[in-house]
Design a protein around this ligand. Structure first.
Ligand SMILES: Cc1ncc(COP(=O)(O)O)c(C=O)c1O
Length: 371
């Protein structure tokens, strides 16, 4: 399969399926949905659905093994990296990362670039000296703070950052260049582009934006970093429990779907291919926003996200009308988060270029009529 497949709708997709710009849970590849539909009552030769088999059965083990192998291939993860599929959402990771890696009497640095980063800092601060090394809250999180202004602690155990800010539409365009290991909340741009793995100790991502449905969080943790964790820890919250063995019942169905999305991405051409598609989609949409004064991007240009595109119209009344009329035209979930207002178009990996083209055509028509 080539990237062309992202553009061509499988024939079996119901006509009532709309262009979905949801920030999360986000749109899933249609080819995956059709495959899952076909396999739902009976998976392979097991005689039941995948939801009804033991998580210790060979059939389920094969699914997890496949997901791990494909993820390793896509990201180029060596065996130094553990891959975990955990419950509790990315929100649990805010606390779990600090519980494992913020040492008693030590510090950790946090770059606060939005709601989620703020929550990560809050949950870490329950446990010890989690420092706000930089923040863009002074301008409603419209930018990524210049690294030259960061107040870093050279002895910090790690630096935590949120690679993409789902609510405010900003994104780090490269990894922070610091001496300490990075912990990253990559929930809303995971597998949308390459990662410089050497910089990281741990990466986590809730699946429900770029790699599957809600219910599973992917955690990548490097062995040497893992060995530095605090001990002892409550069993379920110790990453070591999960790297050692399948400790409890994992979220089987979401993992099964993640495996399918990873396979879809691999067949599409992997990270190189999707990163190109994502660059093109974002360039087209920001190009449309910038073409006239009618639409105004909310994020500073050099901090713009390629996943969540946020913009305003001249008045709130026009914004409400835009969202309503877009829906009538088959373009849904475009209302911005209440803390930013306006419009947010989430254009994750599985959002096809044709959806972005349809949105741009609608923006043109709406401006012509109302501008
Ligand atoms: C960047 C980011 N981090 C964390 C979260 C929270 O994820 P969860 O709902 O899986 O706990 C979200 C949810 O939208 C997010 O966008």
């Amino acid at each position: 399969m080539e990237t062309a497949e992202l553009k061509e709708r499988p024939e079996a997709v119901p006509q009532t399926r709309l262009h979905n710009f949801s920030a999360g849970p986000g749109t899933l590849p249609e080819a995956v949905l059709l495959e899952v539909r076909d396999e739902l009552p009976v998976y392979g030769s097991v005689g039941s659905s995948v939801m009804e088999i033991s998580h210790r059965s060979p059939d389920y083990s094969a699914i997890e093994a496949s997901a791990r192998a494909t993820l390793r291939k896509l990201l180029g993860l060596s065996e130094d990296w553990h891959i975990l599929f955990l419950g509790g959402g990315a929100s649990l990771q805010f606390h779990q990362t600090a519980l494992n890696f913020l040492p008693a009497g030590g510090t950790a640095d946090y770059i606060v670039t939005g709601t989620w980063a703020k929550k990560a800092l809050k949950e870490a601060a329950f446990l010890g000296n989690a420092r706000k090394a930089a923040s863009s809250e002074d301008e409603n999180f419209t930018y990524i703070p210049d690294p030259a202004t960061w107040d870093l602690d050279p002895n910090a155990a790690y630096l935590h950052f949120t690679s993409n800010n789902t609510v405010y539409g900003t994104q780090f365009h490269q990894e922070p260049d610091v001496a300490v290991p990075l912990i990253c909340d990559a929930s809303s741009d995971f597998l949308s582009r390459h990662l410089d793995l050497d910089r990281y100790g741990l990466i986590y991502a809730g699946a429900q934006k770029n790699i599957g449905p809600a219910g599973v969080t992917v955690v990548l943790v490097k062995e040497d970093f893992l060995q530095q964790r605090n001990q002892p820890l409550p069993t379920m919250l110790d990453y070591g429990t999960h790297t050692a063995k399948l400790f409890n019942t994992p979220p089987v169905f979401p993992i099964y779907m993640v495996d399918k999305v990873l396979t879809w991405l691999d067949r599409l051409g992997g990270i190189d291919a999707i990163a190109q598609v994502n660059d093109d989609k974002a360039a087209r949409l920001y190009g449309r926003i910038d073409r006239t004064d009618f639409y105004r991007g909310t994020a500073k240009v050099d901090s713009r996200s390629k996943m969540n595109v946020t913009f305003r119209l001249p008045t709130e009344a026009l914004e409400a009308q835009f969202v309503a009329e877009a829906k009538e035209n088959g373009l849904v979930a475009l209302k911005g988060h209440r803390s930013v207002g306006g419009i947010r178009a989430s254009i994750y990996n599985a959002c096809p270029p044709e959806a972005v083209e349809a949105l741009i055509a609608f923006m043109d028509a709406f401006e012509q009529k109302s501008g």
